[in-house]
Design a protein around this ligand. Structure first.
Ligand SMILES: *Cc1c(COP(=O)(O)O)cnc(C)c1O
Length: 241
């Protein structure tokens, strides 16, 4: 199937999952995760109506931002290093991957310097995977409260990256946890915090995430096909051994 057909198919599956799920009044938004994919594929997605694109590396986001139409909302979904914040604060519509106070402080500093208001989500490691970034559920409220005191930055919700699983049902508990955590935080009425968005669900599990209240799903493979990562140059074995 083409990118255009994939997008139509995924939109339809989102619509059905939403209608049968626990939050039929929500209208989940599709982020096309275009990391590693070439511009012509992004252009086809744009022609098919996509205006939300997700990237996980700052340099790639900036390059694609420069090359693509300016009505696109770019979502920074990957781990963000503090020394790269300055390149992305004015280009990202939403930074999904804020997982520490130090990173939030750097975003705040840069936002104030450039008179921006930067919208962010706090990344939660709902499955407590050692390999993943994100704050633990227990730490999240405190982190949100601390970030809320910083100028130039606004907490718009929570994001999680669920484990890679064969059966998407296995991830349902993590989506439920994220939704409940957002409700708990909303009930605290922290100034400067709107728990407006839950960013959860990827190619393998977005329907379950939508059933449990996702506002943003992040779909890469399902739209653009498998990603190819060449081996790092310094890892390729030399042939003459
Ligand atoms: C790559 C990526 C996605 C998309 O994953 P697919 O399985 O290809 O849909 C979603 N979220 C994050 C944070 C990612 O890094």
């Amino acid at each position: 199937m083409s990118v255009t057909e994939n997008i139509r198919d995924i939109r339809e599956r989102i619509r059905r999952a939403s209608a049968r799920g626990r939050f039929p009044e929500k209208e989940p938004r599709l982020i096309a995760v275009s990391k590693t994919k070439p511009l012509p594929m992004l252009q086809e997605a744009y022609q098919a109506g996509i205006r939300d694109f997700g990237e996980n590396r700052v340099q790639e986001l900036v390059e694609k931002w420069e090359a693509m139409p300016k009505d696109i909302r770019w979502h920074m979904i990957g781990h963000l290093q503090r020394n790269k914040v300055k390149y992305v604060v004015d280009k990202a519509y939403l930074i999904h991957s804020v997982d520490s106070l130090r990173l939030a402080q750097e975003i705040s500093r840069e936002a104030v310097k450039r008179q921006l208001l930067v919208n962010i989500l706090v990344e939660v490691n709902a499955a407590q995977e050692a390999s993943k970034f994100g704050s633990s559920c227990r730490e999240t409220l405190e982190l949100v409260e601390q970030i809320a005191r910083l100028p130039g930055i606004r907490v718009k919700g929570l994001m999680t990256v669920a484990p890679y699983v064969e059966d998407p049902e296995e991830n349902r508990p993590y989506f439920v946890i994220l939704q409940q955590l957002a409700v708990d935080i909303r009930n605290k009425n922290v100034d400067n915090v709107d728990m407006e968005y839950l960013s959860m669900g990827m190619t393998g599990d977005f329907e379950v995430a939508v059933e449990e209240g996702a506002d943003y799903v992040r779909v890469g493979t399902g739209i653009f096909g498998e990603r190819k990562y060449p081996p790092a140059a310094d890892c390729v074995p030399s042939s003459d051994k």
